[in-house]
Write a protein that binds this ligand. Structure first.
Ligand SMILES: CC(C)(COP(=O)(O)OP(=O)(O)OC[C@H]1O[C@@H](n2cnc3c(N)ncnc32)[C@H](O)[C@@H]1OP(=O)(O)O)[C@@H](O)C(=O)NCCC(=O)NCCS
Length: 161
């Protein structure tokens, strides 16, 4: 399947809402939260689209003033598009976007029972360093993981800005 990564725009809000419904059972963003994320200056969203512009994955980074650590705030791939390397590709592009913004580390929280995502993060060089009890709405714990971002890498994100 042909796919492109591009920056997210406010007009992507509904498509991301529908994607979140397909990807997460709970702890999903509302349309309002997504609209805010897509327009705020301290966030960066990358979206994966098919050649017919169907949204099949996305990830959002948050940046804080005076911090060199970016946070991976949301990250998912449509169930039908999983297992073909898109998650890894999207994560690599998000890491590159964080580096371009001057971040030296990327941090994230992941459900302790999410073996697929934790496996991907570990293989991508993330290290789990803090256990967060009762972190999600259903009581599930989380691991906080992070990764040092080193050299600048080229990205293959189509420019839509
Ligand atoms: C985590 C997620 C983004 C991965 O997306 P993906 O497109 O399937 O990822 P990839 O195809 O790049 O596969 C990533 C790795 O996971 C492995 N993998 C994928 N699906 C798997 C499965 N069901 N079981 C075991 N391993 C699996 C792949 O073999 C691959 O291994 P590699 O790193 O050695 O190449 C996707 O499963 C998802 O959206 N899950 C639901 C939302 C979620 O959990 N988001 C993360 C929140 S912290």
């Amino acid at each position: 399947m042909l796919r492109t990564l591009r920056p997210g725009q406010p007009a992507d809000c509904d498509a991301l809402y529908r994607l979140e419904e397909r990807c997460f059972e709970g702890d999903r963003f509302s349309r309002r939260q997504l609209a805010h994320l897509l327009s705020r200056a301290n966030a960066r969203t990358l979206i994966a689209v098919t050649d017919d512009q169907r949204v099949i994955g996305y990830g959002t980074l948050l940046f804080r003033r005076n911090s060199r650590t970016a946070r991976l705030y949301s990250f998912c791939v449509d169930p039908e598009a999983r297992g073909s390397g898109l998650g890894r590709e999207l994560l690599q592009a998000l890491e590159a976007a964080a580096r371009e913004r001057g971040s030296q580390r990327l941090a994230l929280e992941v459900r302790a029972d999410n073996r697929v995502a934790m496996g991907l993060y570990r293989r991508m060089g993330f290290v789990a360093h803090r256990w967060l009890d009762d972190y999600y709405a259903d009581g599930c714990a989380a691991w906080r993981m992070d990764k040092r971002l080193d050299a600048i890498e080229a990205t293959n994100v189509a420019s839509a800005e």
